[in-house]
Ligand binder design. Structure first.
Ligand SMILES: [Zn+2]
Length: 327
């Protein structure tokens, strides 16, 4: 029996109208691989927090806002749906879906799972919960500001006899900075779980879209099925800070190992029923099984088509496309 077969009871067969307490928490360490930029108005977002749960010193941390995490994951999923011809990028066609706009289709997996809010034409609550993530290490040791001249499109510093004078300064996150994160999925079908998890596994670039340097890797360290929400990103970050005893530049394998221990200890304190805690070898098997689905054209297409049917049925039964007179 595969791991994916053993967890089938954790999912709904169809998307329910009301929340029914099936939560899947994906715990991970987001790890920068180059120089991402998570900024608003030219500066990185920083917050002052307590260093650890048991270490009360104040510490400035880099913040990765919710939107900076979820947007690239959604875009990766939307690209997949288009590549499978389930949605279309051509305005006027039946399955056209505009990202987060007036012309959102309100029925595709992206619209239904991640939610939308479009003025008077309806809204759908996201079934993927996320929150700001905080760097494990301090702002001071996790960033560098680069000053550079912005060349013209041709790559030269002058054009038509004019010298380019624009000097850009951008505050970048350094490589190998960790952001411990919990992403929570509520009341999903099996196919929806594979879709959102796949987006996490396949998204490689975060931060400013125009920068081509924002590679990050999501190290998934645990998947927990429970009947309620669990601890926050900051709580996990602070607990991990304590466990690492100041060695915040530790190799990722050490951080992953410590994260596993910390997550188990924190879960023990949560007032929720946990039906599955998948970590270690079982988790590696599960991720390999999901990876294999994404490598298999026929299987992937069949699964995503099923998901599309599910979200469309939901939209027509309870959502923004509900037929008039039906309640
Ligand atoms: Zn859509």
């Amino acid at each position: 029996m595969t791991i994916l077969e053993t967890i089938q009871s954790e999912f709904h067969a169809a998307y329910p109208r009301l929340a029914s307490g099936k939560y899947i928490h994906i715990l991970m360490v987001r790890h920068s691989q180059s120089f991402p930029v998570f900024q608003t108005d030219g500066v990185l977002n920083v917050a002052r927090t307590q260093a650890g749960l048991k270490t009360s010193d104040a510490m400035s941390r880099l913040v990765m806002f919710k939107r900076k995490q979820i947007t690239p994951e959604r875009l990766a999923g939307r690209e997949l749906l288009r590549s499978l011809d389930l949605t279309s990028a051509i305005k006027g066609t039946e399955n056209f879906c505009e990202y987060n706009g007036e012309d959102s289709c309100k029925k595709c997996p992206d619209c239904i799972l991640y939610g939308f809010a479009i003025g008077d034409s309806g809204s759908e609550r996201s079934k993927v919960y996320s929150d700001s993530a905080f760097s494990l290490s301090s702002y001071e040791t996790s960033h560098k500001s680069f000053t550079f001249n912005a060349p013209y499109e041709g790559g030269t510093m002058s054009e038509g006899g004019q010298m380019r004078s624009a000097i850009n300064e951008l505050d970048h996150v350094l490589p190998e900075v960790s952001f411990p994160t919990v992403e929570t999925l509520r009341d999903l079908t099996y196919e929806g779980f594979i879709y959102v998890l796949g987006n996490l596994m396949r998204t490689r670039r975060y931060g400013a879209q125009e920068s081509r340097t924002g590679t990050m890797k999501n190290h998934i360290v645990g998947i927990v099925m429970a009947d309620g929400e669990i601890f926050s990103n900051l709580h996990l970050t602070q607990a991990l800070y304590d466990a690492l005893k100041g060695d915040l530049q530790a190799p990722i394998d050490v951080i992953r190992q410590q994260a596993t221990t910390v997550i188990n200890a924190l879960l023990d304190q949560e007032p929720v029923r946990k039906s599955q805690i998948i970590m270690g070898e079982a988790l590696e098997s599960l991720l390999a099984e999901v990876g294999a689905i994404y490598q298999d054209d026929a299987q992937l297409k069949a699964m995503m088509s099923t998901l599309y049917q599910q979200t469309r049925t939901y939209a027509e039964t309870y959502g923004a496309l509900m037929k008039k007179g039906k309640k």
